[in-house]
Design a protein around this ligand. Sequence first.
Ligand SMILES: CC(C)(COP(=O)(O)OP(=O)(O)OC[C@H]1O[C@@H](n2cnc3c(N)ncnc32)[C@H](O)[C@@H]1OP(=O)(O)O)[C@@H](O)C(=O)NCCC(=O)NCCS
Length: 437
Amino acid sequence: MTDATPSSDGQTLTVRDDRTGKEYVLPIVDGTIRASDLGKIRVSDDEPGIASYDPGFTNTASTRSAVTYIDGEKGILEYRGYPIEQLAEKSTFLEVAYLLIHGDLPTKDQYDSWVHDITFHTFVHENIKSLMQGFRYDAHPMGMLLSAVGGLSTFYPEARNIHDADTRHLQIVRMIAKMPTLGAWSFRHAQGKPYVYPDNDLSYAENFLAMLFKMSEAKYEADPRLVKALEVLFILHADHEQNCSTNAVRSVGSSQVDPYSAVSAGIGALYGPLHGGANEAVLKMLRRIGDVSNVPAFIEGVKAGNERLMGFGHRVYKNYDPRATIIKKATDDVFEVTGVNPLLKIAVELEKIALEDEYFVKRKLYPNVDFYSGLIYEALQFPPEMFTVLFAIPRTAGWLAQWLELVNDPEQKIARPKQIYTGGRGLTFPSREERWA
Ligand SMILES: CC(C)(COP(=O)(O)OP(=O)(O)OC[C@H]1O[C@@H](n2cnc3c(N)ncnc32)[C@H](O)[C@@H]1OP(=O)(O)O)[C@@H](O)C(=O)NCCC(=O)NCCS
């Protein structure tokens, strides 16, 4: 038996290698074993040790993190220990961003200076505007956002000094401040409308709405119910622990590149349909169903395996996604202002039937965050291509909180997974004359 230092709580895993008959005692810490401990299990000193194979990291922890807690079985989501329901009801997006970045809620002075700093970094360099104006008239707004955020790294070359706390903080403030500006401009671009400059008299969400929708009026005034709904949506999307885009930010950030480049990698990941695109699929599905009377037949089709009920089910949540409950409530406020989206009736009927049906109950399929969010976005006049931009703006706070944690974690190294090589070996290169003869 080989020595291994047991964890502080004394839990261990004993592994017997049938190839050698040796036993290994691996410490279990926080429900995990160290992959490097598996590496000690080997047939001989000159052969590599055992590794684990985990495409998509479905059962591999890549980091220790104190940012976001999820219990998918119980439907719990907490940022820095605070339940999402309380944050959505009582906080603002900028306070939540502060909490994510700093780890604690701000004092009054800290909050005021955080809001002031973010508000006064909302403008971007005019050359970034020119960069955005250079895109084709039909450019996807996520592609524009991705490029603009990556481009910011060239305007702030000091950002590469990631080991200096003050420099890091300044880039975090800049990025959270500028995302609504860049997001709104990518929206205006597609419509051929002039870009609207930030109005620093307005709150974060109000200013975003103004940059999206202001025309010739001297001052844009948003309905407070819409502002509140947008704040809630921003809070709900601010972080979600080690998902695909956060993993992209951490992976790229682990090379010690500047945070603009790392966040643009996150935007790239979010651009993909498997990550940020499900709410658009929900809208398409609701339109296809067309009428409440067609819901039972649609559900039968789903149960027969012909298609999926979009906006239902989640890799982590095996219970009602807590964000879906909050969004459902927000729809009422939004529809009070905009008038009810007729698709809502179909969505509510689908949910009612599915929640009582054995097929969905047995598989623990509940509405997820995307089931109702598309309906709200549509009511707010956003085209589907903007949905992921609306996700990226608040998620920037989470990405940066996770990036900061990465930079300060002495255990983190450059991300470099192993592979199982399946190709050929040691071939002799035949000359072109031989191959093409
Ligand atoms: C989110 C999602 C990809 C999670 O998938 P997953 O954890 O890998 O779960 P699986 O695909 O293994 O599904 C488990 C079972 O539930 C069924 N299932 C999962 N989601 C379903 C859905 N939305 N509608 C119908 N059946 C569904 C699967 O067919 C499978 O049934 P089976 O055991 O009879 O084969 C999946 O639920 C899905 O495609 N949902 C719709 C898209 C969506 O809303 N995505 C947004 C996520 S935030």
